[in-house]
Design a protein around this ligand. Structure first.
Ligand code: MN
Length: 204
């Protein structure tokens, strides 16, 4: 019971070697076991600190605490969405189908245009951050989002269909500073079935 009030590191839906050559075993292992774990640990530590302070009636620096909390929870949740929207080459990559393909076509004019805009969004995030394909629940329009760090520029209630981590820790071992090469490789391992499933959830 108690455990569900805290976060835990989700297992990857594939092996550490399975995304090669796009993402190496070493890169993926460090990213998942060290970086993602750090956000889980960080979020839980702040939640424990909040629990403790409330119990003891202690003062907290709310501004700093909440900033740190949103950074860590954002990091955890974005990574939790990221891993399943990747799949080993063969299963991943190619193009989406069904409703997702129709929605992309309608919004962007073509899959190529969407791919170009998303690639540019991912390549140009300032500092550390993410690119995400989202859908607005009010208008049902797919919208590309740039997320700085893990929490800046997030649109409230927009559902994230697909996200791409462009923090250096996501690609540096494999691509050094060549972020665009990593973004290019990403298209070979997108799990379109998962992205489609998330869209269907929003539309139903
Ligand atoms: Mn990351």
């Amino acid at each position: 019971m108690e455990l569900t009030k805290f976060y835990s590191l989700p297992k990857l839906p594939y092996g550490y070697k399975d995304l090669e050559p796009q993402i190496s075993e070493e890169q993926l292992t460090i990213h998942h076991e060290k970086h993602h774990q750090a956000y889980v640990t960080g979020a839980n530590a702040i939640l424990e600190k909040l629990d403790k302070a409330r119990k003891e009636g202690a003062e907290l620096d709310m501004k700093a605490t909440l900033k740190e909390l949103s950074f860590n929870i954002g990091g955890h949740l974005l990574h939790s969405l990221f891993w399943p929207n990747l799949a080993p080459a063969g299963k991943g990559g190619g193009r989406p189908g069904g409703t997702l393909a129709d929605g992309i076509e309608e919004e962007f004019g073509s899959f190529e245009r969407f791919k170009k805009e998303f690639t540019q969004a991912a390549a140009s995030v300032e500092g550390s951050g993410w690119a995400a394909l989202t859908v607005c629940k009010q208008t049902k329009r797919p919208i590309i989002m740039q997320i700085e760090k893990h929490n800046v520029n997030l649109y409230p209630t927009f559902e994230i269909l697909m996200d791409l981590d462009v923090w250096e820790h996501a690609y540096y071992l494999d691509y050094k500073n060549a972020r665009p090469k990593f973004v290019e490789a990403f298209w070979n391992i997108v799990n379109w079935d998962e992205v489609s499933k998330r869209l269907e959830e929003v539309l139903k």
